[in-house]
Design a protein around this ligand. Sequence first.
Ligand SMILES: NC(=O)c1ccc[n+]([C@@H]2O[C@H](COP(=O)([O-])OP(=O)(O)OC[C@H]3O[C@@H](n4cnc5c(N)ncnc54)[C@H](OP(=O)(O)O)[C@@H]3O)[C@@H](O)[C@H]2O)c1
Length: 237
Amino acid sequence: MTGQKKITWITGASSGIGKAIATEFVKNGVHVIGTARRVDLLKELQKELNGSSGTFEYYELDVTKVDSVDKFYKHISQNYFVECLINNAGITSFKQAVENSFEEIRDIIEVNLLGSIYVTQKVLPQMIENKSGAIINILSAVTQKVFTASSAYSASKNGLHAYAKVLREELRDKNVRVINISPGATVTEIWPTKVISKHSDKMMKTEDIAKVVYQVYSGNSNLVAEEIVLRPVTGDL
Ligand SMILES: NC(=O)c1ccc[n+]([C@@H]2O[C@H](COP(=O)([O-])OP(=O)(O)OC[C@H]3O[C@@H](n4cnc5c(N)ncnc54)[C@H](OP(=O)(O)O)[C@@H]3O)[C@@H](O)[C@H]2O)c1
């Protein structure tokens, strides 16, 4: 790790919760690499964050494309040590199980579950070697409660939850923190516009989620907040 700059890698940094986390981290002096497919939005974010105490670099990356993930990681690990990975990229469909096409189900599992696991596998060896690091998974309230019209999404997030709990035990003596954050309804473009128009005043704000993520990341002791559930005070939608 000698000479390598420490960075935080955030997947799905182009909008919503990922963008807010990138902003919060960079404003607090963290060096962030944000990845997503919509590179125009990442470029805009870089402009917005110009002049902050941290830095924001971006790369176009689809987490379902394993060759691209390999290439990307090989490239960045020449100069950087990913000391924090935030698995945030995610999609859903809000359809009843019977209405989902198999392609939709496969896409959800590929992005939310397999994409996150693949990205995690890339960063693990260096974290283990350096005996330091944090893997933060943005899960969902579906890890706490059953929501209809979310079967594939629930499978993907609960699958990642199970994976992360095992990983945490395997990494205990490696000083790598595994932190699962399960937010409830938050105003982002993942929701249909009619839901936002009706419920936005009840829903959480991305900036507030980002502040919690930064707080758990930046804790500097032998304590780790392992599982965090964030809900609107008034409850689920
Ligand atoms: N909003 C909520 O109420 C809520 C609640 C609980 C959990 N979450 C979770 O929060 C995370 C962020 O979602 P959000 O609500 O902020 O929605 P969002 O604004 O739609 O953000 C989703 C992000 O994921 C990225 N993404 C999607 N497919 C990708 C792929 N194949 N490869 C790389 N990046 C991809 C998108 O970037 P590109 O399209 O540019 O690739 C975007 O940056 C998700 O994991 C979601 O499940 C959201």
